[in-house]
Design a protein around this ligand. Structure first.
Ligand code: ADP
Ligand code: MG
Length: 355
């Protein structure tokens, strides 16, 4: 039996372990927290900080194949263990690109695809200039932001001056993006193995609340040409970037039905959690198949699906819903804005659940 090592022990790591076990692999997690979500399902855990090369070396010693469940893994440490002989089929390259918003945007535009207008911001003057050109915009840290964290909405020059301390003696890198009117947000998750085979998960339509994914509906309510365009974009990116494994592509659709690439994630994605129950060839199974270079399963949707995230104290207030669908608990302590669990509902009327 082969062993898969997973860097990161959050809920994505947990669901990757479950898929790996289903496919006959054993699992080892690397995470600083021995009570992380994955610890409850992985066969063993290496308790180590993500910036400590020794943890990576221990993982490499124990495992045949290594993958990651979040993009902020220090890419140079992954590269180091590869030099020392570890088998990381995805390589460190997807981390290098997607953990930094500017590198990511450049990779998208170099692939011939569209992002919203953006600029590097190094000073208040840069931000003022961008705001004068584009009006309402969002300032984002290049590194480390997630679930809407590390972002500031700029609606006026007063908002800009209120942020002046951010730029004082600060090595943080930022970009600004024009805030566009979103008609819809969608995502397409693609997988690719080393034989060059690519498959796409069904397109999800995503609704965010305070920058955090609130719920996803699958399939997305978009017409067939737009669906085909979104699949083509995700496939084109995977090919152009030459990634192996999984790539989640978050996209914006504006009122003219124009698609803009928002973000990339080189791992399974929250908007693909429904695939566990709703799809033949779900995102976690296909991720494991792709990194072990096996034949991929073409994802087919068995039923329409609705995925609801349980965030912060909804873990207490929404308990009445837990038994109504496929409930996945992440075994975490409650914190505001923390993803605690999710529920997947199959069938065509689930949105009424929210009432
Ligand atoms: P995160 O890394 O936190 O997911 P995102 O850049 O994806 O950051 O932003 C989170 C959410 O904020 C998006 O899904 C979208 O709803 C909203 N948002 C982000 N950037 C823009 C933008 N340029 N225009 C309109 N809405 C945006
Ligand atoms: Mg996002």
């Amino acid at each position: 039996m082969k062993k898969i090592g997973i860097i990161g022990g959050g809920q994505l790591g947990m669901m990757l372990c479950e898929a790996a076990h289903e496919l006959g692999f054993s699992t080892v997690i690397l995470d600083p927290n021995k009570k992380c979500s994955s610890a409850y399902v992985a066969e063993s855990i290496i308790e180590s900080n993500f910036d400590d090369i020794n943890g990576y070396r221990k993982l490499a010693e124990k495992c045949d194949i290594i993958t990651y469940e979040f993009e902020n893994v220090p890419y140079h440490l992954v590269k180091q263990i590869m030099i020392e002989g570890a088998n990381v089929p995805q390589t460190e390259q997807p981390l290098y690109i997607t953990q930094h918003r500017l590198r990511e945007k450049n990779a998208v535009t170099q692939s011939g695809l569209k992002t919203v207008p953006f600029a590097t911001i190094k000073s208040i003057q840069d931000l003022l200039h961008f705001f004068q050109e584009h009006n309402t915009c969002i300032l984002k840290t290049c590194f480390g932001g997630y679930d809407g964290k590390g972002q500031w909405l700029i609606k006026s020059e007063t908002d800009i001056f209120a942020l002046s301390q951010l730029f004082q003696n600060n090595p943080i890198e930022f970009i600004a993006e024009k805030k566009i009117n979103l008609k819809q947000e969608i995502s397409c998750i693609v997988h690719r193995n080393n034989k060059g085979k690519i498959v796409c998960q069904p397109i999800a339509e995503n609704v965010h609340k305070n920058g955090i994914l609130f719920h996803s509906t699958i399939p997305a309510t978009i017409d067939i040409p737009l669906k085909q365009k979104a699949e083509k974009i995700a496939t084109q990116l995977m090919l152009h970037l030459n990634f192996i494994g999984t790539l989640a592509v978050e996209m914006f659709i504006d009122n003219e039905n124009e698609i803009f690439i928002n973000e990339l994630a080189p791992r399974p994605h929250n908007s693909g959690h429904h695939t566990i129950e709703a799809c033949e060839g779900g995102q976690f199974i296909n991720h494991i198949l792709s990194i072990t270079n096996q034949d991929l399963i073409v994802p087919t949707l068995k039923d329409t699906a609705f995925m609801l995230n349980i965030i912060g104290d909804e873990y207490q207030t929404k308990q009445h819903l837990f038994q109504k669908g496929f409930y996945h608990d992440y075994f975490k302590d409650i914190k505001p804005n923390r993803k605690m669990a999710h529920i997947t509902f199959l069938g065509s009327h689930p949105i009424s659940i929210l009432d």
